[in-house]
Write a protein that binds this ligand. Structure first.
Ligand code: ADP
Length: 401
Protein backbone atom coordinates (compact mmCIF):
# COMPACT_ATOMS: atom_id res chain seq x y z
CA UNK A 1 0.00 0.00 0.00
CA UNK A 2 1.23 3.47 -0.78
CA UNK A 3 1.00 5.98 2.01
CA UNK A 4 0.33 9.25 0.19
CA UNK A 5 -2.54 10.66 -1.86
CA UNK A 6 -6.28 10.49 -1.29
CA UNK A 7 -7.81 8.08 1.20
CA UNK A 8 -9.69 5.13 -0.25
CA UNK A 9 -11.97 2.45 1.14
CA UNK A 10 -11.66 -1.13 -0.02
CA UNK A 11 -14.70 -3.41 -0.12
CA UNK A 12 -14.26 -7.16 0.05
CA UNK A 13 -16.99 -9.69 -0.66
CA UNK A 14 -15.42 -13.10 -0.08
CA UNK A 15 -17.19 -16.34 -0.98
CA UNK A 16 -16.21 -20.00 -1.09
CA UNK A 17 -14.31 -19.80 -4.38
CA UNK A 18 -14.25 -16.10 -5.21
CA UNK A 19 -13.36 -12.71 -3.74
CA UNK A 20 -15.07 -9.67 -5.28
CA UNK A 21 -13.40 -6.37 -4.41
CA UNK A 22 -13.63 -2.67 -5.14
CA UNK A 23 -11.93 0.57 -4.18
CA UNK A 24 -13.96 3.71 -3.40
CA UNK A 25 -13.22 7.26 -2.30
CA UNK A 26 -13.30 7.86 1.48
CA UNK A 27 -17.00 8.77 1.33
CA UNK A 28 -17.80 5.42 -0.28
CA UNK A 29 -19.41 7.12 -3.28
CA UNK A 30 -17.01 7.02 -6.24
CA UNK A 31 -15.78 3.62 -7.36
CA UNK A 32 -12.17 3.84 -8.47
CA UNK A 33 -11.43 0.19 -9.25
CA UNK A 34 -13.26 -3.12 -9.11
CA UNK A 35 -12.47 -6.74 -9.80
CA UNK A 36 -12.61 -10.30 -8.59
CA UNK A 37 -10.59 -13.40 -7.97
CA UNK A 38 -12.53 -16.41 -9.20
CA UNK A 39 -11.86 -20.14 -9.22
CA UNK A 40 -9.88 -20.29 -5.96
CA UNK A 41 -8.89 -23.94 -5.53
CA UNK A 42 -9.65 -24.88 -9.15
CA UNK A 43 -8.60 -22.34 -11.76
CA UNK A 44 -7.61 -19.10 -10.00
CA UNK A 45 -8.09 -16.01 -12.12
CA UNK A 46 -7.80 -12.39 -11.01
CA UNK A 47 -9.23 -9.57 -13.11
CA UNK A 48 -9.65 -5.92 -12.21
CA UNK A 49 -10.73 -2.76 -13.99
CA UNK A 50 -9.64 0.83 -13.30
CA UNK A 51 -12.70 3.06 -12.82
CA UNK A 52 -11.44 6.15 -14.64
CA UNK A 53 -9.62 4.64 -17.62
CA UNK A 54 -11.50 1.34 -17.96
CA UNK A 55 -8.09 -0.30 -18.26
CA UNK A 56 -8.29 -4.03 -17.52
CA UNK A 57 -5.70 -6.27 -15.83
CA UNK A 58 -5.61 -10.05 -15.47
CA UNK A 59 -3.53 -12.78 -13.81
CA UNK A 60 -3.90 -16.55 -13.67
CA UNK A 61 -2.45 -19.21 -11.38
CA UNK A 62 -2.36 -23.00 -11.20
CA UNK A 63 -4.94 -24.50 -8.81
CA UNK A 64 -2.45 -25.05 -5.97
CA UNK A 65 -0.74 -21.67 -6.30
CA UNK A 66 -3.50 -19.50 -4.83
CA UNK A 67 -5.53 -20.06 -1.65
CA UNK A 68 -7.83 -17.57 0.12
CA UNK A 69 -4.97 -15.97 2.06
CA UNK A 70 -2.76 -15.39 -0.93
CA UNK A 71 -5.80 -14.24 -2.91
CA UNK A 72 -6.41 -11.55 -0.26
CA UNK A 73 -2.79 -10.43 -0.66
CA UNK A 74 -3.29 -10.25 -4.43
CA UNK A 75 -6.37 -8.07 -3.90
CA UNK A 76 -4.20 -5.64 -1.88
CA UNK A 77 -1.57 -5.74 -4.59
CA UNK A 78 -4.24 -4.91 -7.19
CA UNK A 79 -5.43 -1.98 -5.02
CA UNK A 80 -1.85 -0.74 -4.78
CA UNK A 81 -1.71 -0.33 -8.56
CA UNK A 82 -3.94 2.77 -8.17
CA UNK A 83 -1.47 5.65 -8.26
CA UNK A 84 -1.01 7.48 -4.96
CA UNK A 85 -3.75 5.68 -3.04
CA UNK A 86 -3.76 5.46 0.75
CA UNK A 87 -6.04 2.66 1.91
CA UNK A 88 -7.77 3.97 5.03
CA UNK A 89 -10.29 1.19 5.78
CA UNK A 90 -11.80 -2.06 4.54
CA UNK A 91 -15.50 -2.88 4.51
CA UNK A 92 -16.51 -6.54 4.36
CA UNK A 93 -19.62 -8.36 3.38
CA UNK A 94 -20.51 -10.71 6.24
CA UNK A 95 -23.57 -12.84 5.66
CA UNK A 96 -24.72 -13.31 9.25
CA UNK A 97 -24.93 -10.77 12.05
CA UNK A 98 -27.10 -12.95 14.28
CA UNK A 99 -29.55 -11.48 16.78
CA UNK A 100 -27.34 -8.68 18.10
CA UNK A 101 -25.79 -7.00 15.06
CA UNK A 102 -28.53 -4.80 13.64
CA UNK A 103 -26.16 -2.63 11.59
CA UNK A 104 -22.58 -2.41 10.33
CA UNK A 105 -19.91 -2.57 13.02
CA UNK A 106 -16.19 -1.86 13.33
CA UNK A 107 -14.41 -5.15 13.87
CA UNK A 108 -12.30 -5.82 16.95
CA UNK A 109 -11.32 -9.10 18.61
CA UNK A 110 -14.60 -9.32 20.50
CA UNK A 111 -16.73 -8.72 17.40
CA UNK A 112 -14.68 -11.22 15.43
CA UNK A 113 -15.17 -13.88 18.12
CA UNK A 114 -18.89 -13.09 18.13
CA UNK A 115 -19.14 -13.50 14.36
CA UNK A 116 -17.12 -16.72 14.41
CA UNK A 117 -19.73 -18.02 16.87
CA UNK A 118 -22.33 -17.61 14.10
CA UNK A 119 -20.50 -19.95 11.68
CA UNK A 120 -22.92 -22.84 12.42
CA UNK A 121 -25.78 -20.57 11.20
CA UNK A 122 -24.10 -19.98 7.80
CA UNK A 123 -21.44 -22.66 7.44
CA UNK A 124 -20.98 -22.19 3.71
CA UNK A 125 -20.61 -18.39 3.77
CA UNK A 126 -19.54 -17.04 7.18
CA UNK A 127 -16.08 -18.71 7.40
CA UNK A 128 -15.12 -17.30 3.98
CA UNK A 129 -16.41 -13.83 4.91
CA UNK A 130 -14.33 -13.83 8.10
CA UNK A 131 -11.11 -15.26 6.64
CA UNK A 132 -9.94 -12.03 4.92
CA UNK A 133 -10.82 -9.98 8.03
CA UNK A 134 -8.46 -12.16 10.07
CA UNK A 135 -5.76 -12.13 7.38
CA UNK A 136 -5.87 -8.32 7.09
CA UNK A 137 -5.94 -7.82 10.88
CA UNK A 138 -2.82 -9.98 11.19
CA UNK A 139 -0.97 -8.08 8.48
CA UNK A 140 -2.28 -4.53 9.02
CA UNK A 141 -3.44 -4.41 12.69
CA UNK A 142 -4.12 -0.64 12.58
CA UNK A 143 -6.26 -0.66 9.44
CA UNK A 144 -9.93 -0.17 10.44
CA UNK A 145 -12.23 -2.93 9.24
CA UNK A 146 -16.02 -2.81 9.18
CA UNK A 147 -18.37 -5.80 8.94
CA UNK A 148 -21.61 -5.19 7.02
CA UNK A 149 -24.30 -7.85 7.44
CA UNK A 150 -26.70 -9.31 4.91
CA UNK A 151 -29.14 -9.97 7.73
CA UNK A 152 -29.18 -6.38 9.05
CA UNK A 153 -31.67 -4.95 6.52
CA UNK A 154 -34.30 -7.45 7.67
CA UNK A 155 -34.20 -6.49 11.35
CA UNK A 156 -37.30 -4.36 10.70
CA UNK A 157 -39.41 -7.44 10.03
CA UNK A 158 -42.18 -7.93 12.59
CA UNK A 159 -41.71 -10.83 15.00
CA UNK A 160 -44.45 -12.80 13.28
CA UNK A 161 -42.45 -12.80 10.01
CA UNK A 162 -39.33 -13.99 11.86
CA UNK A 163 -40.91 -16.83 13.79
CA UNK A 164 -40.92 -20.54 12.97
CA UNK A 165 -43.79 -22.50 14.50
CA UNK A 166 -41.36 -24.43 16.71
CA UNK A 167 -41.53 -24.57 20.51
CA UNK A 168 -40.93 -20.97 21.55
CA UNK A 169 -37.62 -21.57 23.36
CA UNK A 170 -35.93 -22.02 19.98
CA UNK A 171 -36.63 -18.42 18.95
CA UNK A 172 -34.60 -17.13 21.89
CA UNK A 173 -31.78 -19.44 20.86
CA UNK A 174 -31.65 -17.66 17.50
CA UNK A 175 -33.56 -20.21 15.43
CA UNK A 176 -35.64 -17.74 13.47
CA UNK A 177 -36.03 -16.31 10.00
CA UNK A 178 -33.27 -13.75 9.33
CA UNK A 179 -33.37 -13.08 5.58
CA UNK A 180 -30.32 -12.36 3.38
CA UNK A 181 -29.22 -10.29 0.33
CA UNK A 182 -29.64 -7.28 2.64
CA UNK A 183 -27.02 -5.10 0.91
CA UNK A 184 -28.80 -5.53 -2.39
CA UNK A 185 -32.19 -4.71 -0.88
CA UNK A 186 -30.83 -1.70 1.01
CA UNK A 187 -29.36 -0.38 -2.24
CA UNK A 188 -32.59 -0.95 -4.19
CA UNK A 189 -34.63 0.76 -1.45
CA UNK A 190 -32.37 3.85 -1.71
CA UNK A 191 -32.33 3.84 -5.49
CA UNK A 192 -36.11 3.41 -5.77
CA UNK A 193 -36.49 6.37 -3.46
CA UNK A 194 -34.48 8.42 -5.97
CA UNK A 195 -36.12 7.19 -9.20
CA UNK A 196 -39.72 6.68 -8.02
CA UNK A 197 -40.27 8.15 -4.53
CA UNK A 198 -44.03 7.54 -4.62
CA UNK A 199 -43.53 3.82 -5.26
CA UNK A 200 -40.71 3.64 -2.70
CA UNK A 201 -43.15 4.75 0.00
CA UNK A 202 -45.58 2.00 -0.98
CA UNK A 203 -45.70 -1.81 -1.06
CA UNK A 204 -42.80 -3.18 -3.06
CA UNK A 205 -41.54 -6.68 -3.80
CA UNK A 206 -37.88 -6.82 -4.85
CA UNK A 207 -36.79 -9.92 -6.76
CA UNK A 208 -33.03 -10.44 -6.35
CA UNK A 209 -32.52 -13.15 -8.97
CA UNK A 210 -28.87 -14.20 -9.30
CA UNK A 211 -27.03 -17.41 -8.52
CA UNK A 212 -28.48 -16.90 -5.09
CA UNK A 213 -32.07 -15.72 -5.33
CA UNK A 214 -34.60 -14.29 -2.91
CA UNK A 215 -37.53 -11.90 -2.67
CA UNK A 216 -38.04 -9.13 -0.15
CA UNK A 217 -41.35 -7.46 0.68
CA UNK A 218 -40.86 -3.81 1.64
CA UNK A 219 -43.20 -1.22 3.00
CA UNK A 220 -41.92 2.35 2.87
CA UNK A 221 -38.41 1.03 2.11
CA UNK A 222 -38.29 -1.32 5.10
CA UNK A 223 -38.19 -5.10 4.96
CA UNK A 224 -41.36 -6.72 6.28
CA UNK A 225 -40.85 -10.28 4.96
CA UNK A 226 -38.47 -12.26 2.78
CA UNK A 227 -38.22 -15.70 1.23
CA UNK A 228 -34.87 -16.61 2.79
CA UNK A 229 -35.09 -17.66 6.40
CA UNK A 230 -32.68 -19.19 8.91
CA UNK A 231 -30.19 -19.89 6.14
CA UNK A 232 -29.65 -18.81 2.55
CA UNK A 233 -31.00 -22.11 1.24
CA UNK A 234 -34.67 -21.27 1.93
CA UNK A 235 -37.24 -19.74 -0.40
CA UNK A 236 -36.75 -19.59 -4.17
CA UNK A 237 -35.08 -22.20 -6.32
CA UNK A 238 -31.53 -20.98 -7.11
CA UNK A 239 -28.55 -21.87 -9.28
CA UNK A 240 -27.54 -24.85 -7.15
CA UNK A 241 -29.77 -24.48 -4.04
CA UNK A 242 -33.18 -26.09 -3.78
CA UNK A 243 -35.02 -23.33 -1.89
CA UNK A 244 -38.02 -24.15 0.29
CA UNK A 245 -38.42 -27.87 0.80
CA UNK A 246 -40.64 -29.99 3.02
CA UNK A 247 -38.42 -30.77 6.05
CA UNK A 248 -39.85 -34.28 5.86
CA UNK A 249 -37.80 -34.83 2.70
CA UNK A 250 -34.61 -34.25 4.67
CA UNK A 251 -35.67 -36.67 7.41
CA UNK A 252 -36.53 -39.24 4.75
CA UNK A 253 -33.16 -38.81 3.00
CA UNK A 254 -31.34 -39.31 6.29
CA UNK A 255 -33.45 -42.17 7.65
CA UNK A 256 -34.28 -44.12 4.51
CA UNK A 257 -31.47 -43.24 2.07
CA UNK A 258 -28.82 -43.17 4.79
CA UNK A 259 -27.41 -39.74 3.87
CA UNK A 260 -25.44 -37.98 6.60
CA UNK A 261 -25.87 -34.27 7.29
CA UNK A 262 -22.82 -33.23 5.21
CA UNK A 263 -24.12 -35.12 2.18
CA UNK A 264 -27.58 -33.62 2.63
CA UNK A 265 -26.05 -30.11 2.91
CA UNK A 266 -24.06 -30.72 -0.27
CA UNK A 267 -27.24 -31.92 -2.02
CA UNK A 268 -29.35 -28.94 -0.92
CA UNK A 269 -26.74 -26.22 -1.46
CA UNK A 270 -24.61 -27.43 -4.37
CA UNK A 271 -26.41 -30.08 -6.43
CA UNK A 272 -30.00 -28.84 -6.56
CA UNK A 273 -31.77 -25.85 -8.11
CA UNK A 274 -31.27 -25.11 -11.82
CA UNK A 275 -28.31 -27.49 -11.89
CA UNK A 276 -30.15 -30.36 -10.21
CA UNK A 277 -33.28 -30.16 -12.35
CA UNK A 278 -31.51 -29.55 -15.67
CA UNK A 279 -28.53 -31.84 -15.05
CA UNK A 280 -26.74 -29.37 -17.34
CA UNK A 281 -25.81 -26.12 -15.61
CA UNK A 282 -26.60 -23.73 -12.78
CA UNK A 283 -26.20 -20.82 -15.19
CA UNK A 284 -29.35 -19.27 -16.65
CA UNK A 285 -27.57 -18.19 -19.86
CA UNK A 286 -26.47 -21.76 -20.56
CA UNK A 287 -29.97 -23.09 -19.92
CA UNK A 288 -31.61 -20.47 -22.15
CA UNK A 289 -29.20 -21.47 -24.93
CA UNK A 290 -29.91 -25.19 -24.53
CA UNK A 291 -32.54 -27.07 -26.52
CA UNK A 292 -32.71 -29.91 -23.95
CA UNK A 293 -36.18 -30.36 -22.41
CA UNK A 294 -34.54 -30.66 -18.97
CA UNK A 295 -33.15 -27.13 -19.36
CA UNK A 296 -36.62 -25.80 -20.19
CA UNK A 297 -38.09 -27.67 -17.20
CA UNK A 298 -35.50 -26.18 -14.85
CA UNK A 299 -36.24 -22.66 -16.08
CA UNK A 300 -40.00 -23.23 -15.86
CA UNK A 301 -39.68 -24.41 -12.25
CA UNK A 302 -37.52 -21.39 -11.40
CA UNK A 303 -40.16 -19.02 -12.83
CA UNK A 304 -43.00 -20.91 -11.16
CA UNK A 305 -41.33 -20.64 -7.76
CA UNK A 306 -40.77 -16.89 -8.18
CA UNK A 307 -44.43 -16.32 -9.14
CA UNK A 308 -45.67 -18.47 -6.27
CA UNK A 309 -43.53 -16.70 -3.69
CA UNK A 310 -44.53 -13.28 -5.04
CA UNK A 311 -48.10 -14.33 -4.27
CA UNK A 312 -47.10 -15.15 -0.72
CA UNK A 313 -45.29 -11.84 -0.15
CA UNK A 314 -48.13 -9.90 -1.82
CA UNK A 315 -50.40 -11.36 0.84
CA UNK A 316 -48.11 -10.17 3.65
CA UNK A 317 -48.17 -6.65 2.16
CA UNK A 318 -51.93 -6.66 1.49
CA UNK A 319 -51.32 -5.85 -2.18
CA UNK A 320 -48.42 -4.63 -4.30
CA UNK A 321 -47.54 -1.28 -5.88
CA UNK A 322 -44.30 -2.32 -7.59
CA UNK A 323 -42.16 -5.32 -8.41
CA UNK A 324 -38.44 -4.61 -8.91
CA UNK A 325 -36.13 -7.05 -10.71
CA UNK A 326 -32.42 -7.07 -9.94
CA UNK A 327 -29.18 -9.17 -9.94
CA UNK A 328 -27.80 -11.25 -12.85
CA UNK A 329 -31.04 -12.90 -14.00
CA UNK A 330 -33.37 -10.11 -12.87
CA UNK A 331 -31.35 -7.44 -14.70
CA UNK A 332 -30.46 -9.38 -17.86
CA UNK A 333 -32.94 -12.14 -18.60
CA UNK A 334 -36.00 -10.55 -20.19
CA UNK A 335 -37.62 -13.98 -20.71
CA UNK A 336 -37.63 -14.68 -16.95
CA UNK A 337 -39.05 -11.22 -16.28
CA UNK A 338 -41.74 -11.72 -18.94
CA UNK A 339 -42.78 -15.08 -17.46
CA UNK A 340 -42.88 -13.70 -13.92
CA UNK A 341 -44.92 -10.67 -14.98
CA UNK A 342 -47.35 -12.90 -16.92
CA UNK A 343 -47.72 -15.03 -13.78
CA UNK A 344 -48.51 -11.88 -11.80
CA UNK A 345 -51.21 -10.59 -14.19
CA UNK A 346 -53.79 -11.48 -11.53
CA UNK A 347 -52.14 -8.87 -9.26
CA UNK A 348 -52.63 -6.19 -11.94
CA UNK A 349 -49.25 -6.40 -13.67
CA UNK A 350 -49.49 -5.42 -17.36
CA UNK A 351 -46.12 -6.00 -19.00
CA UNK A 352 -44.84 -3.95 -21.93
CA UNK A 353 -42.91 -6.35 -24.16
CA UNK A 354 -40.84 -3.63 -25.82
CA UNK A 355 -39.86 -1.97 -22.55
CA UNK A 356 -39.07 -5.34 -21.00
CA UNK A 357 -36.88 -6.46 -23.87
CA UNK A 358 -34.49 -3.56 -23.28
CA UNK A 359 -34.80 -3.64 -19.46
CA UNK A 360 -36.65 -0.32 -19.36
CA UNK A 361 -33.53 1.58 -20.45
CA UNK A 362 -35.57 4.34 -22.08
CA UNK A 363 -38.32 4.48 -19.46
CA UNK A 364 -36.40 4.95 -16.21
CA UNK A 365 -36.35 1.20 -15.60
CA UNK A 366 -40.13 0.77 -16.17
CA UNK A 367 -41.03 -2.46 -17.98
CA UNK A 368 -44.80 -2.35 -17.47
CA UNK A 369 -47.40 -0.54 -19.56
CA UNK A 370 -48.44 2.97 -18.56
CA UNK A 371 -51.80 1.92 -17.09
CA UNK A 372 -50.44 -1.09 -15.18
CA UNK A 373 -51.84 -1.22 -11.62
CA UNK A 374 -48.54 -2.66 -10.43
CA UNK A 375 -45.34 -1.05 -11.76
CA UNK A 376 -42.59 -3.38 -12.92
CA UNK A 377 -39.03 -2.03 -12.87
CA UNK A 378 -35.48 -3.18 -13.52
CA UNK A 379 -32.90 -1.60 -11.18
CA UNK A 380 -29.30 -2.86 -11.32
CA UNK A 381 -28.06 -3.64 -7.83
CA UNK A 382 -24.77 -2.51 -6.25
CA UNK A 383 -23.96 -4.53 -3.13
CA UNK A 384 -20.34 -3.39 -2.96
CA UNK A 385 -21.39 0.27 -3.23
CA UNK A 386 -23.77 -0.19 -0.31
CA UNK A 387 -21.00 -1.79 1.79
CA UNK A 388 -18.70 1.15 0.93
CA UNK A 389 -21.30 3.66 2.12
CA UNK A 390 -21.98 1.73 5.33
CA UNK A 391 -18.24 1.57 5.99
CA UNK A 392 -17.87 5.31 5.47
CA UNK A 393 -20.85 5.91 7.80
CA UNK A 394 -19.35 3.79 10.58
CA UNK A 395 -15.95 5.47 10.30
CA UNK A 396 -17.39 8.97 9.96
CA UNK A 397 -15.78 9.58 6.57
CA UNK A 398 -19.10 9.87 4.70
CA UNK A 399 -19.23 13.63 5.36
CA UNK A 400 -16.04 14.17 3.35
CA UNK A 401 -17.98 13.71 0.11
P1 ADP B 1 -24.18 -14.00 -7.89
O1 ADP B 1 -25.23 -14.47 -6.94
O2 ADP B 1 -23.07 -14.96 -8.11
O3 ADP B 1 -23.72 -12.54 -7.65
P2 ADP B 1 -25.28 -12.89 -10.35
O4 ADP B 1 -26.14 -11.82 -9.77
O5 ADP B 1 -24.04 -12.50 -11.07
O6 ADP B 1 -24.95 -14.02 -9.29
O7 ADP B 1 -26.20 -13.75 -11.37
C1 ADP B 1 -25.73 -14.83 -12.05
C2 ADP B 1 -26.86 -15.38 -12.92
O8 ADP B 1 -27.26 -14.34 -13.84
C3 ADP B 1 -26.46 -16.59 -13.75
O9 ADP B 1 -27.51 -17.55 -13.75
C4 ADP B 1 -26.32 -15.98 -15.14
O10 ADP B 1 -26.58 -16.91 -16.16
C5 ADP B 1 -27.40 -14.92 -15.11
N1 ADP B 1 -27.16 -13.95 -16.17
C6 ADP B 1 -26.18 -13.04 -16.29
N2 ADP B 1 -26.26 -12.38 -17.46
C7 ADP B 1 -27.33 -12.91 -18.13
C8 ADP B 1 -27.95 -12.67 -19.38
N3 ADP B 1 -27.47 -11.74 -20.21
N4 ADP B 1 -29.04 -13.40 -19.70
C9 ADP B 1 -29.52 -14.33 -18.87
N5 ADP B 1 -29.00 -14.61 -17.66
C10 ADP B 1 -27.91 -13.91 -17.29
Amino acid sequence: MQQSGPDCLAVINAGSSSIKFALYDAAGRDRRLHGQVEGIGTNPHLAWVMGDSGERFERRWAADELDHDSATREVFAAAATMPGVRLSAVGHRVVHGGIFHCGPVRVDDRVLADLAGLIPLAPLHQPHNLAPIKAIAARYPDLPQVACFDTAFHQTQPAIAQTFALPRAYFAKGIRRYGFHGHSYAYIAQRLHQVAPGLARGRVIVAHLGNGASLCAMRDGHSVASTMGFTAVDGLMMGTRCGAIDPGVILYLMDEEGLDSRTVADLLYRRSGLLGISGISSDMRTLRASSAPEAAEAVALFEYRVVREIGSLAATLGGVDAIVFTAGIGENDSATRAAVMAGCAWLGVVADAGRNSNAGKETGGRITADGSAVAGLVIPTDEEGMIARHTADVLGTAAKA
